[in-house]
Design a protein around this ligand. Sequence first.
Ligand code: GLU
Length: 523
Amino acid sequence: MTRVRFAPSPTGALHIGGVRTALYNYLFAKQQGGDFLLRVEDTDQTRFVPGAEEYIIAALKWCGVLPNEGLGFGDGTHAPYRQSDRMAIYKKYADELIAKGWAYYAFDTPDELTAKRSEKEAKKEMFAYNAVTRTAMRNSLTLPADEVAQLLAENAPHVVRFKIPEGDGDVRFSDLIRGSVSYAFAQLDDKVLLKGDGLPTYHLAHLVDDYLMQITHVIRGEEWLNSAPLHVLIYRAMDWKEPIFAHLPLIMRPDGNGKLSKRDGDRLGIPVFPLHFEHPVTGETATGYDETGFLPEAVINFMALFGWAPGDDREIMSLDDMVAAFSFEKINKAGAKFDYAKAKWINQQYILKMPLDELTTRVLPFLQKNTNSPKLNDLKYTTEVVRLLQERCVLLTEFWTQGTYFFEGVKTYDEATVAKKWKTENSAKFDELIDFVTDIDSFTAANFEARVKSFIASSGLKMGDVMPMLRIALTGRMSGPSVADVAALFGRVETQKRLSAAFKRFNKVVEPEKPIEINDLDK
Ligand code: GLU
C-alpha cells in the first residue's frame, strides 16, 4: 500500500514550493489508491513560529489538497503527527545506532568546535566533522572507553553523531526523478542525530517517523537531495527497507536565477504564499494568492505545472485530471521558472468557465471587503455585475477594481478624455439626451441602445462624441462592459442621476472658471 507524507516545519508561512510538494504527494497517493498524511516537523523549537501550524492546515484546506490522515485531518493509525508530541520515541533508535557502531557520542564543546572552524577558515577551508577530522576531536571513537563511560555517567554535555564510513566508497540510491544518484563518503559529514538536550534532529526524527508510519515514497524538495545519502545510510544501518525517493525541482525566479524567495516575490509583485500571513512576533506580512484574487483551483493547476506536464497539450486540469495524468517520468530535473503571466492566465480560464452563481459566491467576499453598499444585499444585482465583468477580470480582486461604480457613485472621471471630447456647446443637447434616453417604457439595454442611436441620428451629434461621454458619465472610465448593459443594470433613476451630475461636471472640466452646483455623486 502506497503511503506518502507531507512533512513541513512550522517556521512561518508555507511557501508555494511546499504547497507543490504537498500536491505531488497527494496526486501520487490518490493515483495509487494510497494514503497521504500530514506530519508537522517541529523538532527545531528555535525556529518555531506560532500560528504556522494552523497556517499549513488552512493552506492545504484552501487548496483542496487534503491529507486523509495526520495533524488536523483525523487521527489515522499513527498518531500523534506532531514531532514534539513524539519526543519519547526517538532516543532508543539513536542508542541502537550507537550499539551497532553506526553512531557515536561527541563531547566537543561549542567553543572547541568554533576554534576548529576558525582554524580552518584561516586556511580558507571549511570545517566538516567527518571521517578525517573526527579523529582529532573529543568523541567516543577517540577517547578511552572508561573516560566515555565516566563522561556519560556525569551527564557531560554531548551529542550523538552518525558515523559516515571511511574510505573511498560511495552511497548509491535511486531517485524517481534523478535516476541513479551517488555520493562519495568523502562528501558527507557526521551529522548530529541527537542534540545536547537529548532531542532528535530532523535527520533522525523524520526518518524514524517515516519508518514507523510505513512511508513507502519520500517525495520532497530538491533541497533535501544532499541529505538523502545520509538517510539512505541510516536506513541500511538500521536494516530497514528504504523508501523510494523523489526529489522535486526547485521553483525558480522568473529569470531562472536562483530559487524564488519571499524577497523576490515582494520585489516582483508575485505572491509566494497561498494565504495571507502575519508573523506574530515580527509583524511582517506575507501576501497570499487568496487575497490577490486567485481561485484555489487555479493555484493548484498552475502549481502542478511547475516542473511537470501531462505530456499532451492540456494546461487547464482539475485535481481529478491531474491525479489520472500524474507521473514522475514527466517531472523535469531542472528547476521550474515561475511564470506569473501564465499563472494569471490560468486563473482567468477558471473565471471564464465558472458557473455564474458559483463565481458570484467567490467574488462576494472581495466586494464586501471594499464596500458596504446596500447593493450587495441584492444578489440578483451583484450576479449581474459579475456576469458583465466575467470576461474582463483575470483576478477576483478586479471585480471590485473594475466594477466599483456599480456599488458606489463615480468619484473621479477620466478627465483627460473628457477634456478632449466634451464640447460645452453641445451641453444642451446632452441634457436633452438624458430625457430622451430615459423616457422609455421598458428600461432595457436593447431599448436604451436603440434610443441613444436614434437620438444621435436626429441630433447631428456623432457616435464617437456621444458614446464615450455616456460611458464616462456612468462609470467614470473609458473601458468596461457595454454602456447599455450598465445603464440597464443601474435602472432609469440612477442612470438619469449619474448622467446629469456628470454632464455638469464635464462642463466644469472643460471650462473650469464656470461655477457648478454641488452634485450628488457620492450619494
Ligand atoms: N521538515 C522538512 C521540511 O521542512 C521535511 C523534509 C522531508 O520531507 O523529509 O521541509
